[in-house]
Design a protein around this ligand. Structure first.
Ligand code: F6P
Length: 355
């Protein structure tokens, strides 16, 4: 009998999710005549038994579409569900739906939270293959996650725009990016957009050092463009937290560090200081060509793993080749910018301020 596979997208959305859904569906149809069930709203849909068959026609034309046609959710952990008050293990309900649908395996497309749940699901007896998604590029054991390149492109374009207005007014302009506890988006986006200073979570900064850098430029009649990651912070101080979402596996939502730094820099400088937060513009919209191709490669590789019975693994990219690692190796890990990273050395060589 032909295989039946469920596909879900978990955690925050990002450009390229639909490209993976399309690639998994087409590859499984083509090579195995498999039936693919699209599970709605991530693990919430798996818990509540909400899904629909994905025929080839349904995935036609979605390659370049942002978001996810299946919907997603970043608050549901079936092993620790808080939707009805006290946390409860509701994995038995998930297993019942998997049996009812007759699923042979599940493809879980998501970030570290999704991979942690996928790992537990696999251990509970449901064969799972993970596909690494996140604009943050912070998943362990993969050089790239799809969505990251699209987010970097948004940051670069925003910096281009902020640079011209900053220059016209000789202002200090702060641009806050996403990225959680890793500085990848700010680092690559900052370099691509010609930022004068890049502040990362991995390198706590001193306000006085940033102010001195801006003041020196100010003395020469120059503006300063600062790209700051939402997880960046002053040495010895805590993170800027925008909200806490108790029901979420990762409850902290970061945000506000650019506005905080604006307030602290202003009294130390003659030029005006302004800040902009890019927020969810980095997650929305169409994927770049790079992300469309990467997402397609990941989807095809995931289908191949399933067909070979190699489950309990997450697809990876290393030296530009797709591979895979056990889900257990990814769960609960964050890949941050290492101190010796070549892009940091490049930023230093250019004379950028890193805090
Ligand atoms: O992990 C992706 C991400 O966009 C982070 O960069 C950001 O901190 C977080 O999600 C925002 O989450 P939410 O959409 O719940 O505000």
């Amino acid at each position: 009998m032909a295989m039946k596979v469920g596909v879900l997208t978990g955690g925050g959305d990002c450009p390229g999710l639909n490209a993976v859904i399309r690639a998994v569906t087409l590859a499984l149809h083509t090579h195995a005549g498999a039936t693919v069930i699209g599970i709605e709203q991530g693990f919430r849909g798996l818990l509540e038994g909400r899904g629909r068959e994905l025929a080839r026609a349904e995935v036609a034309g979605i390659l370049a579409e942002g978001g996810t046609i299946l919907g997603t959710d970043n608050t549901c952990d079936p092993f620790n569900d808080r939707s009805q008050g006290e946390p409860r293990d509701r994995s038995a309900e998930v297993l019942a739906h998997v049996r009812r649908w007759g699923l042979d395996a599940v493809v879980a497309i998501g970030g570290d939270g999704t991979m942690a749940i996928a790992h537990r699901l696999h251990e509970a007896g449901v064969p799972v293959v993970g596909v690494p998604k996140t604009i943050d590029n912070d998943l362990a054991h993969t050089e790239r996650t799809f969505g990251f390149d699209s987010a970097v492109a948004v940051v670069a374009e925003a910096l281009d725009r902020l640079a011209t207005t900053a220059r016209s007014h000789r202002r200090v302009m702060l641009c806050e990016t996403m990225g959680r506890y890793a500085g990848w988006i700010a680092l690559e986006g900052g370099l691509a957009g010609g930022a004068d200073a890049i502040l990362l979570p991995e390198r706590p900064f001193e306000v006085e050092a940033v102010a001195a850098f801006c003041a020196a430029r100010e003395a020469e009649g120059r503006s300063t463009l600062i790209c700051i990651a939402e997880g960046a912070h002053v040495a010895g101080e805590g993170l800027a937290v925008r909200a806490t979402i108790a029901s979420s596996p990762d409850p902290l939502r970061l945000g506000g560090v650019a506005a905080q730094l604006e307030r602290r820099l202003q009294p130390l400088l003659k030029s005006e200081v302004r800040s902009a937060v890019l927020g969810h513009t980095q997650r929305g919209g169409t994927p770049t060509a790079f992300d469309r191709v990467l997402a397609t490669r990941f989807g095809v590789h995931a289908a191949g793993l399933l067909l070979r019975g190699e489950t309990g693994r997450m697809v990876t990219l290393a030296a530009d080749a797709c591979g895979s690692v056990p889900l257990a190796a990814v769960a609960g890990q964050t890949r941050r910018v290492p101190a010796e990273h070549g892009l940091l050395a490049a930023a230093e060589a250019l004379g950028l301020c890193l805090g």
